[in-house]
Design a binder for this molecule. Structure first.
Ligand code: MLT
Length: 323
């Protein structure tokens, strides 16, 4: 009996993690910091499902909403660092929130380990069909004349849609009331219904509704027109240069997750974004897909830090903070 146990232990040692308890041996949860049906949720579902095939396990989506993603990232930071709970976030949740929220109960850079950079979305300036402006110049004039009557949706202070609003206000000299939502998925439904009139929204969330004629797009916040919607002018072409923001996404794990597990998850994400079917789905929604080199954990970690150094002074200057 003793010999059999010893033999088992020896085999496990020789086979390493592939013996019996190979990672992953149960479903992996992806914490999504915004409501179901929005751009982050969509990214988690498209990329996560394909990663699951690669890893031979089911990926479970858990939407943990509220406070522009800070509740979700706090939960992720406190999860077991065993590779079975990871999180998806973006420029807002994993960079800008660190500058806006002064009392986060986790350290955005040190408590979360980058796994992989994921695609980025430009933002679209979109309104309900009830707004009577034909182009961006007319829209800006309309907003200036109706500032007290117009409401715009965001997913909270520090979300991607809020970063878009900050750039839009700065670049156009306009302002309007902001209504916070648990994600831009529900917000865009209210835009369609004219409960709110305007959003600066990720292309993956808005474009299908623009194509269906349910809302109107005026400009894309990028240097170049987007191949998925070449008819939409850039903000510069529409008369307002300098409004250029893209919301990149990424995957993180709690600090202390073993490096071989981070590498395994990274390889699954890289494989997912090499899949032509996945690429087409993402590109049709206006997304820009990073290269495998850009996706590497260390390259991504350096990029996140550089983005923090870039955005912190912008947010401080804008005076946006929550104590
Ligand atoms: C979402 O998934 O709802 C969005 O990413 C929210 C946002 O950051 O605007």
């Amino acid at each position: 009996m003793l010999r059999r146990v010893a033999l088992g232990l020896l085999m496990a040692a020789v086979a390493g993690p592939a013996f019996g308890q190979a990672y992953p041996n149960k479903p992996i949860t992806i914490i999504v910091p915004f409501a179901a049906g929005g751009p982050t949720d969509l990214m988690a579902r498209i990329v996560g499902e394909r990663m699951g095939k690669e890893l031979g396990q089911q990926m479970i989506i858990e939407n943990v909403t509220g406070a522009a993603g800070t509740i979700a990232m706090g939960k992720l930071a406190r999860s077991a660092p065993d590779g079975y709970t990871i999180g998806i976030g973006h420029l807002g949740t994993n960079v800008v929130n660190g500058a806006i929220y002064k009392n986060l109960n986790y350290d955005l850079i040190n408590d979360l380990t980058p796994i992989a950079l994921l695609p980025s979305n430009p933002l679209l300036v979109v309104t309900s069909n009830q707004v009577p402006a034909k182009d961006l110049k007319e829209l800006v004039a309309y907003l200036k004349a109706n500032a007290d009557k117009v409401s715009g949706g965001t997913a909270g202070m520090g979300s991607g849609s809020h970063i878009g609003v900050l750039a839009f206000f700065d670049g156009t000299g306009t302002g309007y009331q902001l209504v916070p939502y648990r994600g831009t998925g529900p917000a865009v439904q209210d835009l369609i219904a004219n409960q709110i009139q305007i959003m600066i929204d990720q292309s993956s969330n808005s474009l299908p509704h623009v194509r269906a004629g349910k809302i109107r797009a005026y400009a894309v916040t990028a240097k170049q027109r987007n191949a998925a919607a070449p008819e939409i002018p850039t903000t510069a072409e529409a008369g307002f240069p300098g409004i250029e923001v893209a919301i990149w996404h990424g995957l993180w794990a709690p600090k202390g997750t073993p490096r071989d597990i981070i590498n395994r998850l990274n390889a699954a994400a890289v494989a997912a974004l090499k899949d032509p079917e996945i690429r087409k789905k993402l590109e049709d929604l206006g997304q820009d897909i990073p290269t495998p080199e850009q996706m590497q954990p260390d390259t991504f970690a350096a990029y996140q830090k550089a983005e923090f150094a870039k955005w912190k002074p912008i947010i401080d200057k804008a005076g946006v903070k929550i104590e």
